[in-house]
Ligand binder design. Structure first.
Ligand SMILES: Nc1ncnc2c1ncn2[C@@H]1O[C@H](COP(=O)(O)OP(=O)(O)O)[C@@H](O)[C@H]1O
Ligand SMILES: [Mg+2]
Length: 511
């Protein structure tokens, strides 16, 4: 009882009071509030575009609010730059990582931090030690370009801890993680909170919020619709309702159909990874018309490379890839696209979209080459095509002539998926297509893939979200260490058996 009174009287570690932030044509924060106590993990929830990133960017000094106040420990602060915020103890783990790929883990961790110069070996040891203290396993001497997304994230977290951030902000950190990695991250975050730090955790995955957060604040349309709800006193359905302002979505499996002829064939496929080691070690699979074949696996087990080889972006060292029976093993990406392949890459910005080009240009980026035969694509036809995509796929965007760099992750993905599917493909390879999207965005993309399947397309869905695969895949293959480690029927498979295959334990050793 006494403790409760003491806590409620304690000054919050962080207060954001009546924050307004406008961008051209958009009010991103419309009087938002956030109060975070020290020693807690605080979830910030909200649909895509709700203003979550903007709000925490105000706290981290990236944006200056048009109105409103930032208080730390009850004192008002005005940050002009992220460096100001960092000096006040606020560390941000960004949604899009900001690491130098050619530097090592240790170099990236200390980069820009005002600390005395250390010898390389000492530096690596200190960084390794810091990681161990918080349960963050890393290899300090590895260059960052070699790391998986999950590993890069650990480096970003270490960067903040190295600077002794008391307040850590993680903007959708689990979007790039496997379920197991996400669970591990939860433990790391608890560790940091138990250490007296405040952790602000942005997520769309409600089970994570109920799993390891203490309190939750929900944003909708730039406003705070629920502030500092004690997570123990609420549930996922309530939170989902607050986020979308409507009844929560269900996870029912759409009915399967009988698959038709083989459209994508992969046989004895081998390929090297970025480090020159074998990443795909002899994969055989077939995807038929009218089925979704899911590939499950822990990040870094060859999924990315497999998708790239099928798309023609990485050479096969042996084996074959066929599309509708035609050998495409050595064909360039363009030939594959012309043969009916659509590719939704894991790497949205860079491979899928060009950040500096406009929404219109990005909406035709891939297809216009194929349309060169006809009359030149006119500006008005491009704009009409783009408007159609934006409308059909629910892309929230400013003026269509502006660069896509300002769009949020979910909107970028809708644009990319819309563009790929509008080409009427016969085979779709989708790599982590719903990563980082909000509840409705996830559902929208999943529904699109199911609709593609029902229209007779063969869909290869690579996902680290097992729930997603169990919901929409018709067959499930597990990739472990570059090979297929098991095949499951998603309608009847046991999660723990799939989990064992994901970590390389042969199914026959299960009881
Ligand atoms: N730099 C920016 N320029 C223009 N509009 C932006 C910018 N950042 C965010 N927005 C817009 O503000 C709204 C809120 O975005 P954001 O804070 O990223 O939401 P969330 O993180 O909840 O998805 C969205 O409509 C988004 O498109
Ligand atoms: Mg965001």
């Amino acid at each position: 009882m006494e403790e409760e009174v003491g806590e409620s009287l304690a000054t919050p570690a962080v207060e954001l009071v009546d924050i307004w932030k406008r961008f051209p044509g958009v009010v991103a924060n419309a009087g938002a509030h956030l109060r975070v106590r020290g020693g807690t993990v605080h979830a910030v929830l909200g649909e895509n575009g709700a203003g979550k990133s903007t709000l925490v960017n105000v706290l981290s000094g990236v944006y200056r609010p048009d109105e409103g106040e930032v208080r730390l420990g009850g004192m008002p602060y005005r940050f002009r730059t992220p460096a100001d915020a960092l000096a006040a103890g606020i560390g941000m783990v960004h949604q899009e990582f900001r690491l130098v790929p050619s530097f090592t883990v240790a170099e990236n961790v200390v980069l820009g931090a005002a600390k005395r110069v250390l010898r390389r070996g000492d530096l690596e040891e200190r960084v390794g030690e810091l990681g161990r203290r918080f349960g963050l396993a890393t290899e300090p001497d590895r260059p960052v370009w070699q790391l998986s997304m999950g590993e890069r994230q650990r480096v970003e977290i270490l960067k903040a801890l190295w600077r002794d951030a008391r307040i850590l902000i993680l903007d959708e950190p689990t979007a790039v993680l496997t379920p197991a990695e996400a669970e591990e991250l939860g433990e790391v975050l608890r560790h940091m909170a138990d250490d007296g730090r405040s952790v602000i955790f942005i997520s769309h995955k409600l089970h994570e919020v109920t799993g390891f957060c203490d309190e939750a604040t929900v944003l909708r349309g730039g406003e705070t619709v629920a502030a500092s709800l004690p997570v123990a006193e609420t549930d996922a359905a309530t939170l989902a309702g607050l986020m979308v302002g409507a009844t929560p979505l269900t996870n029912e499996r759409p009915p399967s159909r009988t698959p038709g002829e083989v459209r994508l064939g992969v046989s004895g496929l081998r390929a090297l990874g970025d480090r020159g080691l074998e990443a795909v070690g002899g994969v055989d699979l077939e995807v038929r018309s009218g089925e979704i074949v899911g590939i499950a696996g822990v990040a870094g087990n060859g999924q990315r490379e497999l998708a790239q080889v099928v798309a023609g972006l990485r050479p096969a060292t042996s084996g074959t890839v066929t599309l509708d029976g035609a050998d495409m093993t050595g064909a360039p990406p363009r030939a594959r696209f012309a043969a009916g392949l659509a590719y939704i890459p894991e790497d949205r910005l860079g491979v899928g979209l060009a950040p500096r080009l406009s929404v219109v240009e990005n909406s035709v980026l891939r297809t216009y080459r194929g349309q060169r035969r006809g009359p030149f694509l006119s500006g008005s036809r491009m704009a009409a095509h783009c408007r159609d995509l934006v409308e059909r796929f629910g892309v929230r965007t400013g003026p269509l002539g502006d660069p896509i760099a300002g769009l949020s992750g979910g909107n970028l993905q809708r644009l990319l998926v819309g563009r790929e599917l509008s080409g009427r493909p016969s085979v779709v390879v989708a790599a982590q297509p719903t990563r980082g999207l909000d509840v409705q965005g996830v559902k929208a993309i999943q529904n699109l893939l199911v609709a593609e399947r029902d229209a007779g397309t063969a869909v290869l869905l690579i996902s680290e979200d097992l729930d997603e695969l169990l919901t929409i895949a018709d067959r499930l293959l597990v990739l472990h260490d570059g090979s297929i480690a098991g095949e499951f029927d998603p309608a009847s498979a046991e999660r723990h058996a799939i989990g064992e295959a994901m970590v390389g334990q042969a199914p026959e050793t299960a009881p």
